[in-house]
Write a protein that binds this ligand. Structure first.
Ligand code: CAA
Length: 257
């Protein structure tokens, strides 16, 4: 499969997708999202792939939805075509996904990064939801995910003013898991993804499901869901292997990898 708007690579058990429309600062147009979804589908089906890294360039992750494409959209086009619906594919990707963000992650770019399981930020990363300055609002989950991840006050301020926050502020408020020196962002993201991909895939998927359910359900129901998943872990060969390896003082070699 050849792509025009993204670059797809395989690094061992890690699938890497680079957003690649440099002249438009990786603005997310329909063609790019279509390609992204195809690549996600291919990595979902590939049993060799245990984790995903989504990144942009050193200068920009993505400057948001393609404004030139949105400019002429009418309400009827948006409503009947269910605009932005297809962007959700990433949030249903079942394997662990890391966003490696350098430079701007604005509007839909920030929203795409938030659909990943966690964000590693380069020192030069800048996050924001500037849609209000365009006379629109975030449309790919920004108001919902940002509010859950950074809290009401910060989400309100960012979405209502459209101001950008730097990597330090993003780390302080919990939007990013870690800041990495810009020159080693991709290397660190791949190293982290490879470490995750060496674990049991079904267990990693269960962890992802459980943590995500913390944003969807009550504490009691969430703890119950976690316990059911915990019980199910004992049905896997990987639990037997992981515990045997610990007792025998050797590295585990998971079967479902
Ligand atoms: N859509 C389309 N083109 C874009 C773009 C976007 N989101 N962002 C940048 N570009 C284009 C510019 O038009 C420009 O193209 P030309 O050379 O043909 O003029 C090129 O990329 C370089 O951009 P700038 O000259 O503006 O670069 P800069 O370094 O001066 O500024 C920036 C960088 C601050 C990111 C600025 O480009 C910017 O503010 N971009 C728009 C950010 C934005 O508003 N994003 C939200 C989009 S709406 C959305 O995402 C809705 C949603 O929730 C789904």
């Amino acid at each position: 499969m050849s792509y025009e708007n993204i670059i797809v690579e395989v690094h061992g058990a890690v699938g890497l997708i680079r957003l690649n429309r440099p002249k438009a600062l990786n603005a997310l147009n329909t063609a790019l999202i279509r390609e992204l979804n195809l690549a996600l589908g291919a990595f979902s089906e590939d049993p060799q792939i245990g984790a995903l890294v989504l990144t942009g360039s050193e200068k920009v992750f993505a400057a948001g939805a393609d404004i030139k494409e949105l400019q002429t959209l009418t309400y009827m086009d948006a409503y009947l075509g269910d605009a932005i619906r297809t962007w959700e594919r990433l949030s249903y990707f079942r394997k662990p996904a890391i966003a490696a963000v350098a430079g701007f992650a604005l509007g839909g770019g920030c929203e795409l990064a938030m659909m990943c399981d966690f964000i590693l930020a380069a020192e030069n990363a800048k996050f924001g939801q500037p849609e209000i300055k365009l006379g629109i609002l975030p449309g790919a989950g920004g108001t919902q995910r940002l509010a859950r991840f950074v809290g009401k006050a910060k989400a309100m301020e960012l979405c209502l003013t459209g101001r950008m926050m730097d990597a330090q502020e993003a780390e302080r408020c919990g939007l990013v898991s870690r800041i990495v020196p810009s020159e080693s962002l991709l290397e660190e993201a791949l190293r982290t993804a490879k470490a995750i991909a060496s674990m049991s895939l079904p267990i990693a998927m269960q962890i992802k499901d459980c943590i995500n359910s913390a944003y969807e359900t009550t504490m009691t129901e969430g703890v119950k869901f976690e316990r059911r998943n915990f019980h199910a872990a004992f049905a896997t060969q990987d639990q037997k292997e992981g515990m045997a390896a610990f007792i025998e003082k050797r590295p585990a070699k998971f079967v479902n990898r």
